[in-house]
Design a protein around this ligand. Structure first.
Ligand code: GRF
Length: 204
């Protein structure tokens, strides 16, 4: 399944997906890395790995989200993309893209959703005094950070943690569960409906 990874920054989750997809048995191919900022660090990583990159800057659209998303959609179509992974893509999406990619767009979020949607999750987890924190991969729906959950990993909050140390512990787990969740969705989508076939052919 031809998959695009959308980024705005350093792209460590994107790099984890690229690494996983190097395995010929992995069910998704990272066919494009698209950034909404030309200075996204992940672009250089992707280029070095030989993956096509594209930049659709959001700034020139001056808040016209629909127009920016239409430009993004055009690039995705030009690259024949079938699955999308948001990986640190710092844009709120409109129903335009969410609707077109329903069930085919994943996001990674650095908390155990439904706890701590939104920004600054590690500082907020520390302030709340939770003893477990973590990360979530979910399908993207119109409500931010609220779609069906595909995978989660939990990490302990340790005495003396600050947002940076806790965030690093969470990030290491993000790099584990995002490739797992993408494989789940890509493998599922590529598999013929075997269960239906089995049901219509009852055992003798
Ligand atoms: C990650 O913590 C991810 O969960 C959040 O943004 C961060 C992106 O990091 N959505 P990276 O660009 O993948 O390194």
């Amino acid at each position: 399944r031809r998959t695009a990874v959308l980024i705005s920054g350093r792209g460590s989750n994107m790099a984890a997906l690229l690494t996983a997809a190097r395995d010929p048995a992995y069910p998704a191919e990272i066919a494009l890395v698209l950034a909404n900022r030309a200075d996204a660090g992940g672009l250089a990583l992707a280029a070095a790995a030989g993956v096509p990159t594209a930049v659709v800057e959001s700034r020139p659209f001056r808040g016209d989200r629909a127009a920016h998303e239409a430009a993004v959609q055009a690039v995705l179509e030009a690259h024949d993309i079938g699955l999308l992974c948001l990986a640190g893509y710092m844009r709120l999406l409109t129903p335009f893209l969410v609707g077109r990619w329903a069930g085919r767009m994943l996001n990674i979020h650095p908390s155990l959703l439904p706890a701590f949607p939104g920004l600054d999750t590690h500082a907020r987890a520390l302030a709340a005094g939770v003893k477990l924190h973590g990360c979530t991969v979910h399908l993207v729906t119109e409500e931010m950070d609220a779609g069906p959950i595909l995978a989660q990993a939990a990490v302990p909050v340790l005495p003396g943690d600050d947002a940076a140390s806790l965030g690093a512990r969470v990030l290491a787990q993000e790099h584990v569960i995002y490739p797992m969740a993408l494989a789940l969705v890509a493998g599922r989508a590529a598999t013929p409906p075997a269960a239906d076939v089995a049901l219509s052919n009852p055992l003798p």
